[in-house]
Design a protein around this ligand. Structure first.
Ligand SMILES: Nc1ncnc2c1ncn2[C@@H]1O[C@H](COP(=O)(O)OP(=O)(O)OP(=O)(O)O)[C@@H](O)[C@H]1O
Ligand SMILES: [Mg+2]
Length: 335
């Protein structure tokens, strides 16, 4: 659906070239929710803005919905932009227009007759659950409601792709969850491809299917969220995961220094998460264990558990083998 081939981007600043993105390859598939996570200045917005032609690459080939962007003339680019909706951190609503008029606006710009534009806006208003607010102005809405208007407006031209630039960063955790749920529903019901950028791994964990990690303009890691989140390889990814779990590995290891036994991290996914495996293996092998840290949660709809254990007992090796045989991912942690 979206293919970056050796795409790079620099900005001229005071006679010098500032590199925002180093050459990168990336493919975003039709119908998936793709997340891009990175710190401030990593190049996330630049990458997103390349997709709808708000920025032009300095080199490489970018294909969006079957069209090479560098081959499009102004009219072609306009038509493409109608197939690519976008929502923003600060909503970017028109303050002098009502909720309904904000949503109808892109349609009027595209030449849709007024009555038709309003009818479509009404339907979208219902889709995002804001019927009761149709005649209000943006200043009269909460952040979450404003973002719902943003989503409805982005959907007005019936796009195939929705770009989200830090769409939940200005919202509290509960409102964030409800907006993410709205995006998830839209993705499933309309089959819309969603590209979402964020600096929070937790946002990625809740809605994305696959993720790429950007670090200072370099794409350092990418893959299915369950892979990247549970087994991060790059130091930057590990930091993002640690932040989202509010655990600091360094501190944890200090705390565990006096704990007896072998330190293991077990990762369960899917149905295994709810199996009474620990107790069974402990009984069968006579080992003892202490749970030092852990979390049981979901990655999108996939249940997972990740436990850090100290294991003592003569048959610890056998226990580790049993865990591994049961499909649990076992990692020995350094002491
Ligand atoms: N229009 C511009 N002119 C010059 N430099 C720019 C421009 N836009 C972005 N940059 C630079 O490119 C780099 C990447 O910026 P970008 O906005 O893509 O980062 P980001 O990951 O979205 O950051 P944030 O999380 O703060 O929004 C930064 O060093 C930034 O200063
Ligand atoms: Mg940005």
């Amino acid at each position: 659906m979206i293919r970056f081939e050796r795409i790079h981007k620099s900005y001229p600043v005071a006679g010098r070239e500032v590199v925002a993105l180093h050459p990168l390859d990336l493919e975003i598939r039709a119908g998936e929710v793709f997340g891009i996570v990175g710190h401030s200045g990593a190049g996330k917005s630049t990458l997103l803005r390349l997709i709808n032609g708000l920025e032009t690459p300095s080199g490489g080939t970018l294909t969006v919905d079957g069209e090479r962007l560098d081959a499009l003339d102004a009219d072609g680019l306009r038509r493409l932009r109608r197939r690519v909706g976008m929502i923003f951190q600060h909503f970017n609503l028109l303050s002098a227009k009502t909720v309904l008029d904000n949503i109808a606006f892109p349609l009027l710009l595209a030449g849709t007759p007024k009555a038709q534009a309003r009818a479509r806006a009404e339907a979208l208003l219902a889709r995002v659950g804001l019927e009761a607010h149709r005649d209000k102005y943006p200043a009269q809405l909460s952040g979450g409601q404003k973002q719902r208007v943003g989503v409805a407006r982005a959907l007005a031209t019936d796009p195939k792709i929705l770009l989200c630039d830090e769409a939940t960063s200005a919202l509290d955790p509960q409102t964030t969850a409800s907006v993410l749920q709205l995006l998830d529903g839209i993705n499933r019901e309309l089959g819309l491809t969603i590209v979402l950028i964020t600096h929070e791994m937790d946002v990625i964990r809740r809605v994305c299917d696959r993720v790429a990690v950007l670090d200072a303009g370099h794409l350092v890691e990418s893959g299915p969220v369950s892979e990247v989140f549970l087994h991060p390889r790059h130091a930057t990814t590990r930091r993002f995961v640690a932040e989202s779990e509010a655990t600091d590995e360094g501190v944890l290891h200090e705390d565990f220094a006096h704990v007896e036994g072998r330190l293991l991290r077990l990762t369960f996914t899917g149905a295994e998460t709810y199996q009474p495996l620990l107790g069974r293996v402990a009984r069968e092998t006579g080992i003892d264990y202490t749970i030092l840290a852990g979390r049981i949660d979901r990655i999108k709809r996939l249940p997972y558990g990740q436990l850090t254990l100290a294991v003592v007992g003569e048959r610890a090796d056998e226990a580790i083998a049993r865990f591994a045989e049961s499909g649990v991912h076992v990692e020995a942690l350094p002491r």
